[in-house]
Write a protein that binds this ligand. Structure first.
Ligand code: SAM
Length: 219
């Protein structure tokens, strides 16, 4: 099956299971106007994240890698009224666009965006309430560090999801000098026999190409 077919199937799925959504469409338009790269999760993936967070009963969500807040909107929608989401973004221009998108989507009061290198922000965090759902989607070379910080900051039973772990099959290339592939392979090796995590990964195809999510549960 070709990439064109994957996109057509994504459109079929969206046409049936996702409603037209002006807040999300506005956010993508606003991102494009401000020159943000279109590397957000797809609509079907965003809805999957929202549903998983709802199924987990998440009240306290952490996101690493905000971009313009497209995935943040989906995740924040999973929260109850008193829920909170913290999202980490290194690029202040992207963080500003994300704040605007979240405010326009009516979610600004539930979301805090921390600007700076995510590892610094994470190292400084001592939350009074641990996170129960964590979505990691930033610089892939730091994925092992992000997962370890997520474990430090999460409650037992928490969900940890890492995006882009297949990379067009690039994850198989042991000789790759692509930092993102090296980081992804290190992540698999790190989690393989991790004492605190049960994990799997699922390959995905769609309008964002061939990739995948790693899904882990903290014991
Ligand atoms: N989760 C977003 C979505 O689906 O809408 C997409 C995130 S995009 C793939 C990755 C983001 O991580 C970019 O906005 C990038 O600036 C940010 N990023 C890269 N390195 C980072 C770092 N060291 N700390 C924090 N954010 C970082």
């Amino acid at each position: 099956m070709s990439e064109t077919s994957w996109t057509a199937v994504d459109e079929y799925i969206s046409g049936h299971l996702l409603k037209p959504d002006s807040a999300l469409a506005d956010a993508l338009r606003h991102n494009a106007t401000h020159g943000l790269p279109p590397i957000d999760v797809s609509a079907t993936q965003g809805k999957m994240l929202m549903l998983l967070a709802q199924m987990a009963g998440a009240k306290h969500i952490l996101e690493v890698g905000t971009l313009g807040g497209y995935s943040t909107i989906w995740l924040a929608r999973a929260l109850p009224d008193d829920g909170r989401l913290v999202s980490l973004e290194i690029n202040p221009d992207y963080a500003k666009v994300a704040c605007e998108n979240l405010n326009r989507a009516g979610l600004g009061r539930k979301v805090e965006i921390l600007t700076g290198a995510a590892l610094d922000s994470l190292s400084n965090m001592q939350p009074s309430t641990p996170f129960d759902f964590i979505f990691i989607d930033a610089d892939k070379q730091n994925n092992v560090n992000y997962v370890e910080q997520a474990i430090r900051l999460a409650r037992p039973g928490a969900t940890i999801i890492v995006d882009n772990v297949v990379r067009d099959g690039g994850v198989l290339d042991a000789s790759s000098d692509d930092d993102r592939i090296v980081g992804t392979r290190k992540l698999f090796e790190h989690i393989a026999n991790h004492a605190q995590l049960d994990a799997t990964a699922i390959q995905t195809v769609g309008d964002k190409g061939w990739d995948g999510f790693l899904l882990a549960r903290l014991r």
